[in-house]
Each structure stands twice: as structure tokens, then as C-alpha cells.
Unconditional design. Sequence first.
Length: 587
Amino acid sequence: MAKINLKKVFKTIKKVLLWIFLSIVIIILIVIIGVQIPYVQNKIVNFGITKVREKVNTEISLGSFDLILPNYVRLNKLYVEDPSGDTLLYAGKISVSIGLSRLIRGNISINKFTLEDAVGKISREKGDSLFNFNFFIEAFSNPSGQNDKKGKIISEAADPGSQQSIYADSVERRKNAGQESVKDSSGNSFSIGKIELSDVRFLYDDGYTGNYVNAEIGDFFVSFREFNLKNNIIDVNRTGLSNSQAIIKLSPTKDTEPSDNSLSILLRRTSKLKNVSVSLDMPGTNLHVNHANLRINPDDVNIGDKKIGLKSVLISDSEIIYTKTKLKGGASLDSLTNSVKSESNSFEWLIYSSSFRLRKNHIVYSDLSKTDQNTNANSIFSNLNLNDVSAVINDIKLSNNLYQAFVKEFRFREKQGLVLREFTAKLDVRDKVARLEDFKLRTNNSIIYNNTVAHYNSFSNIGNDIANIELISTIGKSQISPADIRFFAPAIAPQLTTLTGPKGKLYISGSFSGKVKDLKVESLSANNDKNFFLDLNGQIRGLPDAKSAYYKINLDSLSVLKSHVLAFLPDSTIPENISIPEKISII
């Protein structure tokens, strides 16, 4: 029997294993190098696009595909048609940077997603509940289980921002609403670090519900500290939007799915909007925001916990146009709002801001919902057009039973001529008491001081129980001009002008206390600094119904002209056989 040379055998095995290992390495290198060659990449992509096109039976094309190992993918000139031949999606460039180490462990981690020069259209017809992308879902939904592997490969290779991915994610989230996580059966997770959009146009035309969105995004970015759908957390580090516009039309819907309040959305750092315009059309109201510039510095923002805490807010050089309109059937927005309030009077959010600033804004308000012609249509409150609106409001806090704010500065110029030079006040409204302190309002012609405390049974029911509100109110030494009264109460402006003269002023001060239904006038003084003065005290019973109220007045002093009396009395009040002295004085 021949003797076996073990040393030689081991040497041969070693050489064979070495050649096998080197061959595997060479093959891997060839594949790695090959897939980075544009020709090879495009061959692979064209094969995939052809298969997908055959599957969905519609036009799909891709200009080029770049794969830069280990973690970068770029699609150029991706085009997808819907069955009607219209554009469903066009993307000039889609770039995705993937976290390879996490992907190896079965987790989808996108470091950065970029979309440039894109157009997306989602629509459905008035009588059809299916969207124009539903053909994709039907094509890759295979109940028989055939070709599941291929379908899975295509789905995993699909762009995370595609409509298919969005729809699938939406369906999965609804299935898992209220559960601790939204991970799939394999335990995989999804996360993303940053999203950037540039020159993106998006159309959402929902004929089935009547909702419509047409948006043009110039530049948008959002970075996440954590994007964890497994734990329902979206932690936004920073976000910004500029040079963008949107038209939004919303219609009321009869059936709405319950919202998933388990999702926590947090905002950490400064967010900015620059040159952003939005047009919002809703039943009973229209809102147009043009060239908006907004800067938000958050403190503690957690949408899931219904908390919006801000260090500072700045809105500057923006135009805001708000219009109340009639609802169908002649109803107004007020009636709709009141019906909503009657269903729930609780305010579940906590909103606060240390500093809220307005700087050089243009604000327009119009009320076109009123059908009654006797509602002071000429009053400034029905048609406001404010220029150079600037304000500093500190220590704002809004919660269920607390409304606080310190108005440090507020000024504007109204188009009709009213100029607000200064407005300051401290407001504190709680469930059973409200305080207005250090109130000061100064225009070009008038200045008013006031401090008021109001006690009531419940703030939520204050509108139905005005008579039982208990007041303690003091009017400081104030002066009122007819030139300003014509903006707020045009009906009495002529009488006040007679009392003070066109350029004169009425000087007034006083104090009141008691319930509205039994109000005590502790003192009231008024004069025009010429030929009119009045000092009185008394009691008024029966308010808020002024027509049936009982007035008990004690005149301490009075000096009034005949013209003053006639200006305030209705015509034919005094019979012709009674003459009034040119001057009446009680001292």
C-alpha cells in the first residue's frame, strides 16, 4: 500500500481553497465594478423598467440610473403615466443616500432623500372612489401568491417617495393604529435623516370629496433627529420652506376616519418660511397669505401631546387677507362655529409663546356673511384694511381654562384713516374670573385708559349668562375724538361731533361695579373743555336689554347747550309748544 504524503495533500487543499477564495473575490469585484459602469447599470434598469411596464400596462421610462456603492442611488428623468395617458409622476432627479450598515441588518435607513424638478398628480373622478395610482396597487397585489418574490423585489426597490410607497404606508398605519409599533412581519424598521425638495409641483384633485391642492415648492428641507414609525415618533430637528405657493380648497365631508393621535411630532430648532403664499378656500371663509415670512423658535413642541410651546414667533412683511362668506342656504360661518362649540367647549391644547412679534404686515378682514342691513355695515369691524401692522405680545398662554397675554406694543394704519399709535394691556382670563389691566389705547386723536375685573359662573357659558357677570371697572382720564368714533360707532358720531365740535374731544372718566343686570355707576364725569360738563352717579337695572332697562341717575352737576340736547333726542320728542333754554346748568 502506497504511503500518503499528508503534507503534500494539505498543501494541495490549501492551494485549491486559496484559488476558490480568490475566484470569489474576483467575481465580487467584477460585479461591484460592473454595476458601477453606466452601461451595465442602464441594462439592469431597462430590464426592470420593461418588466414593471408590462406589469402595470402603462408608460414608464427612466433616463438614467446611477449607483455609487456602497450607499448612493440616483434616478434621472423618471416618468410614469396613469392609465388615461396623463402624467402621474415626473422626477428630473431622485437621489437617495442609504445607510448600508443598517440595511444589512434588515432595516431601511435613508440618510438623505432629494427630489428635484418634479411633477406629481393625484386625482380621482367625482363618482369614483379610486385614485389614478390605484392601477399600481392592483398590479402588484396578487392574492394567488404567484410571483410574490418578484413583487417583493420590485416593491423594495421602489423609491420611498413614490405614490405606491405612500399608499402602502398609509394602509399599514391605519391597520396598526393604536398599537405600539408599525413594523412589518419581518421586524424591519424605516428611518430617514433629511428630505430636500427643489422645484416640485404637486396637484391633488379629488373630485370624489371636492378637495383640491395645487402646490409649487421652490425649496424645502426638513432634517430629523428621529424618524421612528415603530414607536410613532417624528422628531424634527430643523425645517424650512421658501419661494413656494399653494392653492387649497376644502369641502366638508360626511364621513371621516378617526385620527391617529398616537403619532408624536416634535419640533426642536428654528423653522423658517420665506416668500410663501397660500390660498385657502373653505365653506364660509377664505384665507389668502401672500409672501409670508415666518420664523419660529420652538421651546417644547409635541403635537401628539397637544402641546405647542414656542420661545419666539416672528411674522414680517406678509399680507394676510381673511374673508367671511355666506354658506350655502344663507347660513353664516358664525352659525357653523356655534354649532361646533355647542358640541364641545373644552380646549385640550396647551399653547404658549414667550414672544410673538408682528413687523410691517398688511392685514385685510372682510365680513360678507351678514344679511342684515342694520348691522353697521360701515363700521370698521366689518371691513378692516390695516397697513404696517406691528406688535410685540409676550407671555402668551392658551389652555383649557386659561388665556393670558401681555400686549407690550401694537400699532397699525387703517386705510379709512384710523391710526393706532399705541396699544398695551395685560389680559388674564380664567374659568371664573377675567382681568384686563393697564389697558391703554392711543390713536392720533384719542386715548383711553381702563382696568376691569369680571367674575362669572363659567367662561364656557359666559355668552348665555351676561346678566350675571359681576364687574369692577375703572375708566381713567381718557379723551375721545369724534374722528375716531365714526370708525367704531358711526351711528353716534354726528351727535358726538355736535357735543365737541369737529376737532374737539370728549374727556371722560368713571367707575362701575356690580352685576350687569344691576350695575352701579359709582361715578361718571364728562366734559368737552368748553361749554359742556357732566358729573353723575346712579344705578342701571335690567341690562343687557337696554330698551327695558331702568335708569336711576343722580346729577351732581351739569352744563349743556340746547344744541347738545337736540342732537341726542329723536325728532319730534319735544312738542312745539315747549321751548328749551339755550343753556341748562345744574350746579
